[in-house]
Write a protein that binds this ligand. Structure first.
Ligand code: ADP
Ligand code: MG
Length: 666
């Protein structure tokens, strides 16, 4: 006798429900997806008791034709795809035709829907998969979907539901994701009548970010924008000063669908590398657009995960775009936190504008000089012996003329303010009333402002023509005022006051120096007359023997000398003086403990080891020249805002901040 039977539709739906409908939030997600697919511009979600009592989703989308309403509840009934080939070109959020039958199998469902604006509507009620009522009705175009008593007929599932707060948390997450993915749709979420989320639906993603994460988060956002042959990316990423302890604020939206992608997260975090402290994560909303054939969305029951067909290319594109966005910004955190709605925004904008314009002009020469000098400068010492001095000026090229005269002008100006001197001098706070001071600053800037701006634009245009991305160095030109407790440098410019952690600054300078050096370490390898010997435990020695080639990659010739002993016969001459054997030992520890090593990791780890050892420590008095050179070299760094461990280097007080602190302005 045959034992295998095809299950009836009702049981099949209940089984499918187990996969699709895990908890109230899954119902909300499926209903929202349907409303979005229906082209709605406004979607209201109302839930009671964490969604366990009821979930109602009301939209103004295209609605369902009266004759289709019952069909929509059949398994695999969908209006979104018709042929197998459509599966490779999916542009809608839903496509499996599983949600409605699954939900209706485990709850009491009522739908009122109209597909036309003549008021003709249809109402049907289904309970536990059974059709209870269906009738013609009147309603505006759109769909009003209510799900009551979820899991009422599957007590085992109901038992697993957590507290109302937990379920509500999941529902909120679903709404946040949907709202971030679709800023063009106005969403509201109400729980037991209270509004928890409201977005305007005007297409402004920043407004949605503010609604979800708060206004201070929205203010810490940088614009992201990029395009390659296959992909377009847009959205926002947080400045490194705004972090979270989990990855939960990292959002990725692919063709309007919120997805989770380990690979994309990795690419993103790589771009932030060394900018964030350990175990801190940014807030990001990455919106990717690509041809639907480049992404397979049919790989996960809740359609949360996707597969990209040109993965490596996409990850690299994202990493580069994010890195570029981070590099183009002034990344100095504000020492004074601002209250929302204060009138400071003007001064912030001025400040940023001021930096980038200045630097865009001065940069090319600085870079040239920097390159020429590179091999002369031993970074381990910050003494200005190798042809640099605090009086350093960019070389005279065409554009340099304006930069030089501008610098002189500025120095003179700061001198007038009494801030050009080093320790002991008064800082440049003027006696004049704050408002007058501000006015003067404005006036003084104008003469060169337009010229510099014009040059910057011209330069950017030229670079764009040559195909090179216009690099905008952003570090402000600073004049030193003094040193605090042998630890922090104090500096100023027109925009405000800056505190610089001298150790962190030096570490960053050294890190970039060594990183460059480790790019081609073999070139500078020198033989030792007296080899250095190193000892390891037997098991480490065994392991090390198979990893000796990694030392070669770092320019260090390490060989096994018998037993537990190894010896170093050559290393690059630029390793920090007097610290060579310590650095090599530290490298060995690193090589031993890493599971997998690659050249990039090795290069970075070695650079960090060297930079730590070579850097001045806190509590070390610097001479004026040393401090100036330190500042100047920091300004030449590719990324002068955080040390290689992700701690901030510079903190600023804008002039406005100071005026506020001293109540010169209210
Ligand atoms: P899918 O979304 O995968 O097509 P569903 O079971 O979620 O499957 O929905 C079945 C069909 O019901 C959809 O294809 C769509 O035609 C229709 N539908 C569901 N919800 C709505 C809605 N809010 N507005 C318009 N049509 C809807
Ligand atoms: Mg659906």
């Amino acid at each position: 006798m045959a034992k295998i039977k095809v299950l009836d539709e009702h049981i099949a739906n209940q089984i499918a429900a187990g996969e699709v409908v895990e908890r109230p939030a899954s119902v909300v997600k499926e209903l929202l997806e349907n409303s979005v697919d229906a082209g709605s511009s406004r979607i209201d979600v109302m839930v009671e008791e964490g969604g366990l009592a009821s979930i109602r989703v009301l939209d103004n989308g295209g609605g369902i034709e009266p004759d289709d309403v019952e069909t929509a509840f059949y398994r695999h009934a969908t209006s979104k795809i018709a042929h197998g080939r459509d599966l490779f070109q999916i542009t809608s959020l839903g496509f499996r035709g599983e949600a409605l039958p699954s939900i209706a199998a485990v709850a009491k469902v009522e739908v009122l829907t109209s597909a036309s604006d003549d008021g003709r509507a249809r109402r049907i009620v289904i309970e536990g998969g059974r059709l209870v009522a269906h009738e013609d009705a009147a309603a505006q175009q759109g769909t009003d979907f209510t799900v009551r008593e979820l899991f009422y007929n599957t007590p085992a599932r109901l038992k697993y539901m957590k507290t109302i707060q937990t379920e509500l948390g999941h529902i909120s997450d679903v709404l946040y994701r949907m709202a971030l993915s679709h800023p063009e749709i106005a969403f509201t979420l109400r729980h037991n009548g209270n509004v928890l989320l409201q977005t305007l639906g005007n297409g402004d993603l920043l407004q949605v970010i503010a609604a979800v994460y708060g206004t201070s988060a929205a203010k810490a956002m940088l614009v992201l924008e990029g395009e390659s042959l296959d992909y377009r990316v847009s959205g926002f990423i947080s400045k490194p000063e705004w972090t979270r302890s989990s990855r939960s604020a990292i959002s990725t939206v692919v063709n309007g669908r919120f997805v989770r992608s380990f690979g994309l997260n990795q690419a993103l975090l790589k771009a932030y590398h060394t900018l964030l402290p350990i175990n801190r994560y940014p807030l990001t909303v990455l919106r990717l657009e690509m041809h639907p054939s480049l992404v397979d969305v049919n790989v996960h029951p809740a359609k949360l995960e996707v597969r990209f067909s040109k993965e490596a290319e996409l990850y690299q594109f994202v990493e580069e775009t994010v890195r570029a966005a981070l590099q183009q910004q002034v990344l100095i955190p504000k020492a004074v936190k601002r209250e929302p709605g204060s009138k400071e925004s003007k001064s912030i904008i001025q400040e940023q504008f001021h930096f980038s314009k200045d630097q865009a002009v001065a940069e090319p020469q600085e870079r040239a000089v920097h390159a020429a000098r590179e091999d002369l400068d031993a970074p381990a010492t910050i003494l200005p012996e190798h042809g640099t001095s605090s009086g350093y000026r960019p070389a005279a090229a065409d554009e340099a003329l304006s930069a030089v005269s501008r610098t002189d002008e500025r120095d003179e100006r700061t001198a007038r303010q009494g801030g050009a001197g080093f320790t002991g001098q008064q800082s440049g706070i003027r006696e004049a009333a704050a408002s007058t001071y501000k006015l003067e600053v404005e006036e003084r800037r104008t003469p060169y402002q337009q010229e510099a701006e014009r040059k910057a634009q011209q330069l950017a245009a030229e670079q764009a023509l040559q195909g090179a991305a216009p690099e905008i160095p952003r570090f402000p030109e600073l004049t030193l005022i003094g040193q605090h407790h042998g630890t922090y440098l104090i500096a100023q410019n027109d925009s405000g006051l800056y505190l610089i952690d001298q150790h962190a600054a030096h570490e960053r300078i050294n890190y970039e120096y060594y990183y460059g050096k480790f790019g081609n370490p073999a070139a500078a390898s020198q033989e030792l007359l007296l080899p250095i010997t190193l000892e390891f435990t037997p098991s480490d020695a065994e392991k090390l023997k198979s990893r000796l080639h990694w030392f070669e990659q770092a320019g260090v010739h390490l060989e096994h000398f018998g037993g537990q002993t190894f010896r170093v016969t050559s290393y690059p001459y630029w390793l920090p003086k007097g610290e060579e054997s310590d650095v090599i030992e530290e490298m060995a520890e690193w090589v031993l403990q890493e599971k997998t090593i690659d050249l990039a990791k090795l290069r970075e780890a070695s650079s960090i080891m060297c930079s730590c050892r070579a850097s001045i420590k806190a509590n070390q008095k610097l001479t004026e020249r040393e401090a100036s050179v330190l500042l100047q070299r920091l300004g030449q760094c590719k990324q002068p805002y955080t040390c290689p461990h992700g701690r901030p280097i510079v903190v600023s007080f804008s002039t406005y901040d100071l005026e506020k602190l001293f109540k010169r302005v209210m």
